[in-house]
Write a protein that binds this ligand. Sequence first.
Ligand SMILES: [Zn+2]
Ligand SMILES: [Zn+2]
Length: 402
Amino acid sequence: MTSSTDLQNGTQPRPERFSALEGQLSAWRRHLHMHPEVSFQEHQTAAYIAGELRGMPNLEVSQLTPTSVLAVRKGTHPGKTVLLRADIDALPMTEENSFEFVSRNDGAMHACGHDGHTAILLGVAQLVSEAPAWDGELRMIFQHAEEQSPGGAEELVFETSLMDGVDVATGLHLNSQLPAGVVAVRPGAFMAAPDNIYIMVLGKGGHAAHPEEAVDPIAIGAQIVSNLQHVVSRGVSAMEALVVSVTYFQAGTTTNVIPDRAELKGTVRSFDPGLRERAPAMIERVVRGVCEAHGARYEYRYENGYRPLINNDEVAETLRQVALEVVGEARTREANATMGGEDFSAYLEKVPGAYFNVGSGNAELESGFPHHHPRFTIDEAALSTGVQMMYAAALRLGKAER
Ligand SMILES: [Zn+2]
Ligand SMILES: [Zn+2]
């Protein structure tokens, strides 16, 4: 921290300014938590965010898509153009928490922490708007629809002018499995490509007492499920990371009829682009082989999800340095790579950047439930950590010489 008494260009706000913001961060987060909206339907959420931003000086506020919001702080001095991203959408699920700011929208819940991400970026916007000067340009994108493929990042990055002239991007995800106050970052592969598979086994229905006259799609489907595990354990090097999980198996209607079809769906997760390219054919070979062996036909579709999220090593190192300053060495960790997916990867197709985690777990507050759990919540102390990290990262990345 500097001893500067004012917000100066290129300096951190005083620590007191961060503490003074804490009540506001909670208020934003709780409002958003009470009014969750699911992917591509974040109209009220976007209106609320835009309204808050329009009350802040020195920002240009616009909407590049109907449910996202962009706030820009134009530079007074030359420098890099830095993009900060928060995702704003909720999940289609019913909240089981009992605090007073639980979801007021039936069937929607902020169970991933995006209410917190939004509050954090609003906090950064507030501080940035108060800075008398700024190096370069800061773009703060409140992105819709992270939770639903094809994702909001795809259209913002590839169909709008958002990334024109951007030099570097960063964003964060709260993490309930890390204690509040901890920051975790890693270079390289961080999150997987979350692809989907859809398989229909087409057999021949018949009387359950005479399976020899039928082609039983359930027995064949079960063999596909177990044989797909060999794609991972015997088809791919142990040094390569691949997950194939069948998550849906639907067939039949009653006890004495062999149905004519079985429907399987699942997910395929990978980091390595080469392995990801091989996966569709490896899986289809198993489906085709098992079906042919037993006289069934099949339909098969492999759907690409988000790209794998690969952090730029240099930017990740900058974020690690920022974390050392903001939370100290004891609270700076190397993040674990995860098989989860994240459409922040779309920004990294265009510019170097890195994604990081801020811990939001606190046993006393019962904020250790996993993300997407009906009792998920966060320790709001993480919000201030997030603001300090993002603000310091924006300053540092805006100046960085490359
Ligand atoms: Zn999520
Ligand atoms: Zn999320």
